[in-house]
Design a protein around this ligand. Structure first.
Ligand code: ATP
Ligand code: MG
Length: 501
């Protein structure tokens, strides 16, 4: 028994297991299927407790029954067979955490996958821990800019918020999350990207993109591939959250992306079925809602007394044929503080990011939104939702009155202006100026195809001629009357110059 304890100590240096403190008991493996094991003979085991094999392989107790214990293996390729000894440790399962993790790509066990130097982490955080209590939390009132115009203006995200990104496959879900990460460069926000059950090539591409955008240095990538066992995929978001909490409790702002929770739900379903738990709707176990709410409740804006750190979560969920009323989407929609709904139809029309404004919402974000942006998009949101309806109507070739024509023309320009390529973030000040000229219809009569060129030309001019205006907005978060007049003057002048070309 003592050798087991010392093995554990070498594996997790700070576990602080002294032989008289730890009450270990031994059991033997009855069966092993796809990383899910049943053990008989273990006594006094807690749910979530770390179990250990002789060779140092670890597992976590998940099912406590009268005669046996069900557990998931924390290993990609461990060979476990009938009769092997397993020991309880009295400690909850967890991962090593530390500043060293920044810029690294690790698997859900915390082992590096990027071939860089070995990690020597001194602290150990449990993978499951209670979420911050109500009194430990503060109001979400600081904006987390994503750099995506349509998101920052219409579905703003605040630090400490949980905003779901939902849509069919290949609608740009991952791109929105990655854009949000890239936009945190030089903003003192730490990012964690958790890949759950994705293709290894996809993960490699994402790491490449983050490196090329100079975003890896403040990011940790926790990767579990589709080829890995269900327990590894299940564990990934908890590992990511444990790392995020380490930074949050140090007073840092953290952004975590779970890509995606649909695959996480499938992994948990596999584990539950192997553990012979009763299944419910769509064969998911009854506690699937609890699993996700427990995970997402750990995101918070901590109070000043606790350092004021925050954890913002962007979970991603994939829908089938746009059906947001199936089991996992409805669950996660009801847990989060809003959703960004992406639509294939818009995506194929070339409207990217393909955000459906009518179905997207941010329940707490507007109180965190920068004032200058909030003031500009009061009407725009409604106008944009109305525009979609008018468009359907106009498609029938119905007679359109002048008012509707005007609304359609405004909508066309707004839609065109909110299109944005990947990795081309916009700051709050430029967004304010752009929304202002859209609101004031400066681009009236301009062909829709020229909207993008006009806006970039105008912003360039504004930056060259009156850079003070932009820095005023950036500093104060407000748009003063003088600055507004100055922006509109420049825009009208630029319009005259543009039209006479
Ligand atoms: P999956 O369901 O496979 O996870 P997804 O919904 O995460 O897909 P992405 O991988 O983000 O979608 O994007 C799908 C494709 O669309 C990618 O090739 C990406 O480059 C492209 N794309 C995403 N957003 C934009 C954009 N704003 N402008 C141009 N192309 C984009
Ligand atoms: Mg994706």
């Amino acid at each position: 028994m003592t050798s087991i304890v010392s093995d554990l100590q070498t594996k997790f240096k700070n576990l602080d297991l002294s032989s008289n403190e730890v009450k270990t008991s031994a059991g033997r493996v009855l069966s092993c299927n796809d990383g899910v094991i049943t053990i008989e003979g273990l006594k006094d085991v807690k749910n979530g407790e770390l179990l250990m094999f002789r060779d140092g392989t670890t597992a976590m107790a998940m099912n406590l029954e009268k005669d046996s214990v069900g557990a998931i293996l924390f290993s990609n390729d461990a060979v476990v067979s009938y009769g092997d000894y397993v020991f309880s440790t009295g400690k909850v399962a967890g991962v090593g955490v530390g500043d060293e993790l920044l810029g690294r790509v690790i698997n859900p066990l915390g082992e590096p996958l990027d071939g860089k130097r070995k990690l020597e982490l001194k602290e150990y955080n449990p993978t499951e821990r209670p979420s911050p209590k109500i009194l430990d939390r503060a109001k979400v009132n600081r904006p987390l800019g994503t750099g995506i115009k349509i998101v920052d203006s219409m579905v703003p995200i605040g630090k400490g918020q949980r905003e779901l990104i939902i849509g069919d496959r290949q609608t740009g879900k991952t791109s929105i999350a990655l854009d949000a990460i890239v936009n945190q460069r030089d903003k003192n926000v730490i990012c964690i990207y958790v890949a759950i059950g994705q293709k290894a090539t996809n993960i490699a591409k994402i790491v490449d993109d983050l490196t090329n955008q100079n975003a890896l240095s403040y990011t940790v990538v926790v990767a579990s591939t589709a080829a890995q066992s269900a327990p590894m995929q299940y564990l990934a978001p908890y590992t990511g959250t444990a790392i995020a909490e380490y930074f949050m409790h140090k007073g840092r702002d953290v952004l975590i992306v779970y890509d995606d929770l649909s695959k996480h739900a499938v992994a948990y379903r596999t584990i539950s079925l192997l553990l012979k738990r009763p299944s419910g709707r769509e064969a998911y176990p009854g506690d699937i809602f609890y699993i996700h709410s427990r995970l997402l409740e750990r995101s918070a804006q901590l109070s000043k007394e606790l350092g004021g750190g925050s954890l913002t979560a962007l979970p991603i969920v994939e829908t089938q044929a746009g059906d947001i009323s199936s089991y996992i989407p409805t669950n996660v929609i009801s847990i989060t503080d809003g959703q960004i709904y992406l639509e294939s139809e818009l995506f194929h029309l070339g409207i990217r990011p393909a955000v459906n404004v009518g179905l997207s919402v941010s329940r707490v974000g507007s109180s965190a939104q920068t004032e200058s942006v909030r003031k500009q998009c009061g009407n725009i949101r409604l106008e944009q939702a109305h525009y979609r309806e008018l468009q359907l109507f106009a498609r029938f070739g119905a007679d359109i009155d002048a008012g509707t024509k005007l609304a359609l023309a405004r909508g066309d320009r707004l839609t065109e202006s909110l299109k944005q390529n990947k990795y081309s973030p916009t700051d709050f000040a430029s967004l304010t100026a752009e929304l202002l000229i859209l609101n004031k219809d400066v681009m009236r009569g301009l062909p829709v195809s020229e909207v993008k060129g006009f806006v970039s030309g105008f912003l360039k001019k504004l930056r060259e001629d009156e850079s003070k205006v932009l820095s005023n907005i950036e500093k104060s978060g407000k748009l003063s009357v003088d600055d507004e007049r100055c922006i509109l003057d420049i825009a009208e002048n630029y319009r005259r110059e543009y039209m006479s070309r």
